[in-house]
Design a protein around this ligand. Structure first.
Ligand code: PLP
Ligand code: TYF
Length: 406
């Protein structure tokens, strides 16, 4: 059937990475992919991850046997505590069913598959995505034949949250609709609701009977504080919602290629451990048919850190190193643009949080940045702040100033 298979377009982000690699200019700057870089523009192996790696490699009992279908038990239980809190009532009640998955993407996929199979399969609800959102969300959910719908999220005028639009669209969603929410450090905008706004979102979702699915890919990256970054999820759980969470350790542990992640189902406060247990049994069947069992090494590294008090404390310091550098780069870039008098306002560069800045640059300006200045960002104007460092930030400010004026 090869002749019937049409050529698919290249993934835009991976296309951008390839174009950057081909560029031979010494001045080139990569603000494309959302992966942390140190001040030398190099991938950073977290020192605590290196330590855990050494511990594992020196363990004479380490082998390469299969993990259980649901993954490494000490990893999934530590993952529950990390996201829901160590004193979570839902965990104590046994209302959380957790299964190790292929990083955030695989967790989202497992959730999508589970919803499609068990959530009103004869008449499946739509899933509402923020506009804009991480591009992969669209295909993850359409792949399992869920209908997509969208809620406004970003206001180009304020370069902040379009809270009125968001709330109006969510209020108008049919009862039972699934709402995908970024737990913190929204990709691509870097704009999150405040705690008061999250409370209002929860109010509306409760009144309307909507189903939350949290994508948690940046815990520790938004505020640098793991608990604070989990606030929205914990708020919804404390209010008794039935919900899903896709948890990634790619960014906060720098374990990108190891594919460490966890998918959680939380039964409503009115349910019992038996309900979560039935869900767990079905998740295990889905897992078995898709990957048999999850990859071991990344989960072992994360688990070694999460289950050791001293290493956990060191991890928090490593997270602060990353989030601190990003915050510092935001401040420098904004300061430089304001000093140059670059037309427009630049407070959004420091108001936005996490890995990305939604710069407000037009597609044309982004093209010019790339052609004339060898500065690469996605065409929607998203810049990965991690690509900035003390040696290129002035150059990037000069480049932005030029394209904004031209
Ligand atoms: N969700 C969002 C919003 C993301 O930005 C990412 C990664 O960039 C992911 C999920 C999943 O990433 P991974 O599958 O590498 O954990
Ligand atoms: O930069 C981003 O938004 C992400 C990065 O398997 C990414 O798309 C790249 C590969 C991958 C997951 C996320």
């Amino acid at each position: 059937p090869a002749s019937t298979v049409p050529q698919a377009p290249e993934d835009p982000l991976f296309g951008l990475m390839a174009a950057y690699k081909r560029d031979t200019s010494e001045k080139k700057v990569d603000l494309g992919i959302g992966a942390y870089r140190d001040d030398n523009a190099k991938p950073w192996v977290l020192p605590v991850v290196k330590k855990a790696d050494d511990i594992l490699r020196n363990d004479p009992n380490l082998n390469h046997e299969y993990l259980p279908i649901a993954g490494l038990p000490e990893f999934t239980s530590a993952s529950q505590k990390l996201i829901f809190g160590s004193d979570s009532q839902a965990i104590k009640d046994g209302r959380v069913a957790s299964i190790q998955a292929i990083s955030g993407t695989g967790s989202l996929h497992l959730g999508a598959l589970f919803l499609r199979k068990f959530y009103n399969p004869a008449n499946p609800p739509s899933i509402y995505l923020s506009n804009p959102t991480w591009a992969n969300h669209h295909q993850i959910f359409t792949n399992v034949s869920l209908q997509l719908a969208h809620y406004p999220y970003f206001s180009p005028q304020t370069r902040g949250l379009d809270f009125t639009g968001m709330l109006a669209a969510i209020s108008a969603a049919p009862t039972g609709s699934i709402i995908l929410l970024h737990a913190c450090a929204h990709n691509p905008t870097g704009v999150d609701p405040t705690q008061a706004q999250w409370t209002q979102i929860a109010d509306v979702m409760e009144q309307k009977g909507l189903f939350p699915f949290f994508d948690n890919a940046y815990q520790g990256f938004a505020s640098g504080d793991l608990d604070r970054d989990a606030w929205a999820i914990r708020h919804f759980v404390a209010r008794g919602f039935e919900l899903l969470v896709a948890q990634s350790y790619a960014k906060n542990f720098g374990l990108y290629g190891e594919r460490a992640g966890c998918f959680h189902y939380v039964a409503p406060a009115t349910a019992s451990a038996a309900d979560a247990s039935r869900v767990a049994s079905q998740l295990a069947i889905l897992q078995r048919s898709e990957i048999s069992n999850p990859p071991a090494y990344g989960a072992r590294i994360a688990s070694t850190v999460l289950n050791n008090g001293a290493l956990f404390a060191e991890w928090k310091e490593n997270l602060t190193t990353m989030s601190g550098r990003l915050i510092g780069m935001r401040a420098e870039l904004r300061g430089l643009l304001e000093k140059k008098g670059t037309p427009g306002t630049w407070n959004h560069v420091t108001d936005q949080i996490g890995m990305f800045s939604f710069t407000g640059l037009s597609e044309k300006q982004v093209g010019l940045l790339r052609e004339k200045w060898h500065v690469y960002m996605t065409k929607n104007g998203r810049a990965s702040v991690a690509g900035l460092n003390s040696r290129n930030v002035e150059y990037v400010a000069e480049a932005i100033d030029d394209v904004v004026r031209s």
